[in-house]
Design a protein around this ligand. Structure first.
Ligand SMILES: *Cc1c(COP(=O)(O)O)cnc(C)c1O
Length: 234
């Protein structure tokens, strides 16, 4: 059986190869290991192989793992759907939130971020493929929300995140991701200092690097397949 260490190495190799192929500076794409549904032991194994940034989707599950792994000094990113009644714990224990898609949620996170911690790093999630059932802001609503979120005192707006509709082949995968990059560039032109594009999963990592991803969120290629649960929730 392939170990987590070996899978992390092969994902790292894929990232470095894509950086070279698409003319990105070496090391400009960082790896977020998406550990949802996987037990703390596998996360500890990944940490032992040098992976320190992890993404989680479900708050209760994440809190248990963060607690179990508290001695390891890991960096936790919340990447799942976020309801108002969950924001307090997220603001208290996470370093990043990638899935902010409403001003109301951003305001709560800012109010609830503990004063002894640095501002919470966040991305706005965009529904780039315009799917009716998907979370994320529409491109039309993005500029207004982004300008308002950028003013919140206890958040640092770092960039944009998306989960595009599945597509086959590099060109088809690149198209929606290019729209996210253009949306980011338009916000930068309006004066926002955004340095992050969170896009690219196990199946479209290369397309994401080609279109300027700075954080790729990889689960399956590191930890293997998940149980059915999150197919219904994603
Ligand atoms: C599960 C998930 C991922 C990881 O997807 P894989 O295909 O397993 O690499 C990335 N981003 C989000 C938002 C997810 O929910």
């Amino acid at each position: 059986m392939t170990s987590i260490r070996q899978r992390l190495e092969s994902v790292g190799t894929r990232i470095r190869a894509a950086e070279r192929r698409f003319g990105r500076p070496p090391g400009s794409v960082s790896l977020l290991a998406v550990s949802k549904t996987h037990p703390p032991g596998l996360i500890a194994e990944a940490a032992g192989a040098g992976q320190l940034r992890f993404g989680e989707n479900y708050l209760q599950e994440a809190l248990e793992k963060i607690d179990a792994l508290a001695t390891l000094d890991l960096e936790w990113h919340f990447i799942g759907p976020l309801q108002s009644n969950k924001t307090r714990r997220v603001a208290e224990v996470f370093h990043w939130v990638h899935s902010v898609d409403r001003l109301k949620i951003a305001r709560r996170l800012s109010e609830q971020r503990p004063p002894n911690l640095p501002p919470l790093d966040i991305c706005l999630q965009v529904n780039i493929s315009d799917e009716p059932s998907k979370s994320g802001l529409d491109l039309d609503a993005l500029p207004g929300v982004a300008m308002a979120v950028a003013d919140l005192p206890r958040l640092r707006l770092r960039g944009l995140m998306t989960v595009p509709a599945p597509a086959d082949g590099l060109d088809a995968q690149r198209r929606p991701l290019a729209r996210l990059r253009e949306a980011r560039d338009a916000l930068v032109a309006r004066g926002l200092a955004l340095d992050t594009l969170s896009m690219g999963m196990s199946g479209d990592l290369e397309a994401a690097v080609a279109e300027g991803a700075t954080i790729v969120r990889i689960g399956t290629a590191i930890f293997g397949p998940r149980e059915a649960r999150d197919a219904a929730m994603s």
